[in-house]
Design a protein around this ligand. Structure first.
Ligand code: GDP
Length: 183
């Protein structure tokens, strides 16, 4: 289901894990690879629905929450105002167990990602997927990972990820399962 306002969120029961990232970071591809289902995150791509929070029911008491992409300065003012209100309400939910942030490995952690980390802290664990790792050489990947670990410190865990090459998919699946299991 899609929510445009906190009043439309599903009941705050069970466990849910949120996915966020800059627009085009590879979030939809990551969600589909981790869940092993194609097209699940496609709804969030439909024009006009990109500012909605999408809740996917994985089982009756387990949900994945697809947050709208951020980082487009060109987003209409009205949308930019709604976003903080939506994530504020999400953060307050007892069901929220953790947050995945998808960051393009070639870009590294940017200001928008930092803002999201602050938003999530200190209440929720954050796991960063350095996405599209297949676009980097082995040594570039190592450097990207080391730079992210240095920038994040204790604030988040981080791994390399590629939906296309299926790098790090199992590691991400284990994190998701551990958070969803922590009810
Ligand atoms: P979203 O906007 O964050 O949901 O990003 P998408 O999943 O739609 O991906 C944005 C673009 O990045 C698309 O052109 C994808 O094909 C590409 N992409 C996503 N994941 C990968 C990956 O693992 N490797 C490569 N090389 N490209 C990727």
């Amino acid at each position: 289901m899609s929510a445009a306002a906190p009043g439309q969120f599903p009941a705050d029961r069970g466990a849910e894990v949120a996915f966020a990232g800059r627009s085009n970071a590879g979030k939809s591809s990551a969600i589909n690879a981790i869940l092993g289902r194609q097209g699940l995150a496609r709804t969030s791509k439909t024009p006009g629905r990109t500012r909605l929070i999408n809740f996917f029911e994985l089982s009756p008491l387990e949900r994945l929450v697809d947050l709208p992409g951020y980082g487009f300065a060109s987003a209409p003012e009205r949308e930019r105002r709604t976003w903080p209100r939506l994530i504020e309400a999400l953060r307050a939910r007892a069901a929220l167990k953790g947050l995945f942030v998808i960051v393009d490995a070639r870009r590294g952690i940017g200001a928008g990602d930092e803002a999201l980390l602050e938003w999530a802290m200190p209440g929720h664990p954050v796991h960063i997927l350095l996405s599209k790792a297949d676009k980097l050489s082995r040594s570039e990947s190592r450097q990207a990972l080391a730079a992210a670990v240095g920038a994040l410190g204790q604030r988040a865990t981080v791994q390399l990820f590629s939906a296309h090459a299926r790098t790090g998919v199992e590691e991400a699946q284990r994190m998701l399962a551990s958070w969803l299991g922590a009810q």
